[in-house]
Ligand binder design. Structure first.
Ligand code: NDP
Ligand code: 8X3
Length: 252
């Protein structure tokens, strides 16, 4: 039984990733800001899969909260084998000249600084045990830049650079670092991006058969469960209808 810590497990990819590892007999530490959702998921996993769950409710943007939450883990729960840095968001979609400072700060603070805060604590726990695997959830927005994506794309490019840097620095310590870069996937992502506008969010996935959160969970699981001598560094996955960030064929 491995111990997996998933950030942003209250919805979307993070929830599906937690379920995937739990289904396969692992214990999971699930985190996010919405305590009720964490409690519901814990109850569901424990009843359904009979595997232990620990919940940590914190905001990844606040380093003091991150450190306090992770230090509150009982000693044996600190033996984290896999960290999935998944918590993140896009806020807004528009030209740089019209950008909102609040959107920029939320994205940079969550997608970049939050990932760093969590990784700093967890990678040191992994270094002490000379083993571990960190999977960063990037995006095709980390591989390409698309019109109006400016700051979100910049944060995911930062995730790509950090993944490579962490991979080099943690290599001598027996800790692997990989990334998964999905294209269009139907979660709460677009609802958050468009500030709760569900009609606008639904249009993003109209006449496309988008990725589902479970597809991303499969990729993360495949990466960490490959044989010890295999290092899967990066997976890019899109819906079949999507060739790149800007090329999508919609059904007529
Ligand atoms: P969702 O909106 O469905 O889920 C986002 C998760 O992140 C939630 O659990 C949310 O929890 C958590 N989160 C957001 N902000 C914070 C914060 N400040 N502190 C702690 N947790 C936070 O989106 P997805 O599942 O789609 O997104 C997951 C990741 O995948 C993100 O990094 C996103 O950028 C990336 N991605 C998404 C794609 C897509 O098309 N859906 C494609 C490529 C990448 P809570 O609100 O409870 O705190
Ligand atoms: C989410 C996918 O194409 O909106 O990262 O950037 S995209």
């Amino acid at each position: 039984m491995k111990t997996i810590l998933v950030t942003g497990a209250t919805a979307g990819f993070g929830k599906a990733i937690a379920l995937k590892y739990a289904q396969n007999g692992n214990r999971v530490i699930i985190t996010g800001r919405r305590a009720e959702r964490l409690a519901e998921l814990k109850q569901h996993i424990e009843e359904q899969y009979k595997t232990p769950v620990f919940t940590l409710c914190f905001d990844v943007r606040d380093n003091a909260e991150v450190e306090k939450a992770l230090q509150s883990l009982p000693a044996d729960w600190q033996n984290i084998d896999i960290l999935v840095n998944n918590a993140g968001l896009a806020a807004g979609l528009g030209p740089i000249q019209d950008g909102h400072l609040d959107h920029w700060e939320r994205m940079i603070d969550t997608n970049v600084k939050g990932l760093l805060y969590v990784s700093k604590v967890v990678c040191n726990l992994m270094i002490a045990r000379k083993s571990g695997h960190i999977v960063n959830i990037s995006s095709i927005a980390g591989k390409e830049v698309y019109p109006n994506g400016n700051v979100y794309c910049a944060t995911k490019h930062a995730v790509e650079a950090l993944t490579k840097g962490m991979r080099i620095d943690l290599h001598p310590h027996g800790v692997k670092v990989s990334s998964v870069a999905p294209g269009m996937a139907e979660t709460e992502f677009s609802i958050v991006r468009y500030d709760g506008d569900t009609d606008r969010a639904a249009k993003v996935y109209e006449n496309v058969d988008p990725l589902q959160a479970e597809d991303i969970a499969e990729s993360v699981y495949f990466i960490t469960e490959s044989p010890a001598h295999v290092y899967i560094q990066d997976i890019v996955l899109t819906p079949t209808a999507q060739a790149n960030a800007t090329t999508v064929i919609r059904k007529q």
